[in-house]
Design a protein around this ligand. Structure first.
Ligand code: PMP
Length: 306
């Protein structure tokens, strides 16, 4: 297992900086027993000027609050307070390229009743920016994403991740890198911890919102497509459509933009390095480190026809 902290590591716990090795939570917490917690996954990067920058901190802390509200959890923190606390955790641990995990959890409560307070921790550990050179072998999961009528799936709630764990472990046990899950109607939905796009005939496609977590990276990819004039469509599609694609990728805060080699052993048609998807991957790396975007050289009309 990865090592997330050592005896020097600190975290932010309910307004105070404390040592990770000394931080305590209540074993009677409703969050531990029932998965009733909400969390975020955030990245910080050393930018091109050498500064530490949390990528889309506002969007992540707004989603944390939204998740808590959807789960009826009391929530009293502002985006500004948590962003400042987050920078403090990075500074005190002397890390720039990091994965950051804020988690909001419930007090001791073995019943299902609403609580009158919540607690919060912000943890961070070093994570180098991903180079994304390896392509993933993906397997369609036998598990579907949770039914949106059974869960508030737009919330990033702890309990929802039991589904992610089952799907990911199943795919890995079968020798694949990761799982792809469908929604309750059999349409392509998302990965255990990432949204999905495919590329076909010069256009990108991604599942529309409704049965997926509205990813902040997904939104960034949509912004990048606009800036780079890459056509993109949000729509429902089947696994069979996806298997006909030229290229495909997962995107998420931790995964960043990571290309696929195959889905259920069917290889994608295009060489990753000549795909539009690869251009998006490069643009994403530039965006998170605050580099100006590399605009691809426009093809001459003759080349474009060929
Ligand atoms: N879907 C699921 C199920 C996830 O857990 C994540 C990771 N948070 C994503 C999509 C991607 O979301 P984001 O880009 O906001 O990290």
């Amino acid at each position: 297992m990865a090592s997330y902290y050592n005896e020097h590591t600190v975290l932010w716990l309910n307004g105070e900086i404390v040592k990770a090795s000394e931080a305590k939570m209540d074993l009677y917490s409703q969050s531990l027993h029932y998965g009733y917690s909400v969390f975020e996954g955030i990245r910080s990067y050393r930018n091109i000027n050498g500064e530490t920058k949390i990528f889309k901190a506002k969007e992540h802390y707004e989603r944390l609050e939204q998740s808590a509200r959807l789960m009826n959890m009391p929530y009293k923190w502002s985006v500004e307070e948590l962003t400042a606390a987050n920078y403090e955790v990075l500074k005190r641990n002397n890390i720039q390229d990091a994965y950051i995990r804020p988690v909001v959890y419930a007090p001791a409560n073995m019943s299902f009743a609403k609580n009158n307070e919540s607690f919060i921790a912000i943890q961070a550990w070093e994570m180098q920016p991903f180079l994304g050179d390896k392509l993933l072998r993906i397997k369609t999961s036998s598990y579907q994403r949770p039914n949106p009528k059974g869960f508030n799936i737009q919330a990033k709630a702890g309990g929802h991740y039991v589904n992610s764990i089952l799907a990911s472990q199943e795919a890995k046990a079968a020798g694949y890198d990761e799982a792809l899950l469908t929604d309750l109607n059999g349409y392509v939905a998302e990965g255990p911890g990432a949204n999905v796009f495919y590329e076909k005939d010069g256009c990108l496609f991604t599942p529309s919102l409704g049965n997926i977590l509205p990813g902040i990276t997904r939104a960034t990819v949509l912004e990048l497509c606009k800036e780079l004039n890459v056509p993109v469509k949000e729509t429902l599609f089947s696994l069979d459509e996806m298997k006909e694609a030229d290229a495909a990728f997962f995107c998420g805060t931790a995964a960043e933009v990571i290309g696929w080699e195959s889905l259920d052993d069917i290889k994608f048609k295009k060489d990753w390095n000549s795909s539009l998807s690869k251009q998006i991957q490069t643009a994403y790396k530039e965006r998170v480190t605050e580099k100006p975007l590399t605009k691809q050289k426009q093809k001459s009309p003759k080349e474009a026809v060929a």
